[in-house]
Design a protein around this ligand. Structure first.
Ligand code: S3P
Length: 447
């Protein structure tokens, strides 16, 4: 089942060459944060380039339910914020659909206001662990009442007299870090978050942009982030950069599809997000960064990916995992077309994404003729080399957009077509995926 409606089976056939320019949509992480921080600022934040995927639209609806006014005029989203501490109590259940980022960040943002809200999601989101967020929110004084195992649906009762918190995140998660920082906005004094491994830092950068006082320091304890509570956030004009996690799909498709040469312009190469591209280069991919520049304080480049039939399997450094955590499904597809083993350690978090991504990919890849070994926090794909991947499988997407897109791309270069039982979830993050890939020359249809 897709998150909103009947399943949409799709099939990808042997394709190529893929050629032209792939203009991928706005960054999902930055889009969520633009709406949430805009809602917490005093006055009107303007956002262009917002990802209009279902996940982000659900966050926009949630912000309206907490009292922000949001409207789209021409290409610009206008967010009229209510200020830190200004959230109203929603009169309806907040449905975050498929989005872990949406629900966890919003829970953080409301947890230090004297209001209650009930959250739910689709079948995928309602299986995902929320204690990783409600545990630190309890330290501020918020209470949570969810299903057993800390699952949605869940009611959060915000702290009316929040405490200040110092918290070390037990898992490498930007969602947990961000939930604590957003809660810290309405708490007195300093909120300190310590992470042992650096995760994507969009919340820190954007909070600073909105006028919060926030500092990051690398110490023996780890990456220490200190936020001063109760700032007045100033509205911003935000141009959302394009999403490197979406860019990964046309880039990887070009690398494995015969004769391809694809340009993917304007992709942010924030070091906390760009791990996949360095991994592909380590495998011998013909992937270059053209026109390197800086925009809004972040490195940006145009990516050029060409068919790379001679890639080699590698050991992906575990310390790179956080910077490419959403890209392992598509990396496992590239690994199938490389020669030799690609070993991916340190990736336990993949088991609690929109699906268990190791299990979902390993099951479908095995059915497509690959050997895949796995443990709780690692997996290995035994590459067969270009031209040798059988394919010919219908894979389950498990309500997970990245699983659906990864298997469809497998079909562009396998010997037999590859289907997914439901491509509907692709709309959560990459609503133009089918048209964009077809425009490059890929053969993909609804079956
Ligand atoms: C995100 C953080 C990551 C990532 C997700 C987006 C964010 O999740 O997988 O797609 O915007 O903060 P975790 O925090 O669970 O690692």
């Amino acid at each position: 089942m897709s998150s909103h409606g009947a399943p949409i089976p799709m099939t990808a056939h042997k394709s190529g060459p893929l050629q032209g320019q792939a203009d991928v949509p706005g960054d999902k992480s930055i889009s969520h944060r633009s709406l949430i921080l805009g809602a917490l600022a005093v006055g009107e934040t303007k956002v262009t380039g917002l990802l209009e995927g279902q996940d982000v639209l659900d966050t926009a609806k949630a912000m309206q339910a907490f009292g922000a006014e949001i409207e789209k005029i021409d290409d610009t989203w206008h967010v009229h914020g209510v200020g830190v501490g200004g959230f109203a109590e929603p009169s309806q259940v907040i449905d975050c659909g498929n989005s872990g980022t949406g629900v966890r960040l919003i829970m953080g943002a409301m947890a230090t206001s004297p209001i209650a809200a009930t959250f739910t999601g689709d079948a995928s989101l309602n299986k995902r662990p929320m204690a990783r967020v409600t545990d630190p929110l309890a330290l501020f004084g918020a209470r949570s009442y969810g299903r057993s195992g800390g699952r949605l649906p869940m009611t959060i009762v915000g702290a009316s007299d929040p405490l200040s918190v110092r918290y070390t995140t037990p898992v490498p998660s930007a969602q947990v870090k961000s939930a604590v920082l957003l809660a810290g906005l309405n708490a007195p004094g300093e909120t300190v978050v310590i992470e042992r491994e650096a995760t994507r830092d969009h919340s820190e950068r954007m909070l600073a942009g909105f006028g919060a006082t926030i500092a990051t320091e690398d110490t023996a304890e780890g990456h220490v982030i200190t936020l001063q509570g109760q700032p007045e956030l100033r509205p911003q004009t935000i141009i959302v950069p394009r999403d490197p996690s979406s860019a990964a799909f046309p880039v990887c498709a070009a690398l494995i599809t015969e004769g391809s040469d694809v340009l993917v312009p304007n992709i942010g190469l924030n070091p906390t997000r760009a791990g996949l591209f360095y991994t592909l280069q380590d495998m011998g991919a013909d992937l270059t960064f053209e026109n390197m520049r800086e925009e809004g304080g972040e490195p940006v480049a145009d990516l050029r990916a060409k068919f790379s039939p001679d890639m080699q399997g590698i050991e992906v450094p575990a310390e790179r995992a956080a910077s490419m955590i959403d890209e392992y499904p598509i990396l496992s597809v590239v690994a199938a077309f490389a020669a030799g083993k690609t070993h991916m350690p340190g990736v336990k978090e993949l088991r609690v994404k929109e699906s268990d991504r190791i299990d979902a990919m390993a099951t479908g890849l095995r059915a497509a003729g690959l050997q895949v070994d796995e443990g709780e926090d690692w997996w290995t794909v035994h590459g067969l080399g270009f031209g040798n991947v059988p394919g010919g499988v219908t894979a389950k997407s498990h309500l997970d957009h990245r699983i659906a897109m990864s298997f469809l791309i497998l079909g562009f270069a396998s010997n037999a077509s590859v289907s997914v039982d439901d491509g509907g979830p692709i709309a959560t993050s990459f609503p133009i995926f089918e048209s964009l890939m077809s425009g490059l020359g890929a053969r993909i249809d609804r079956t």
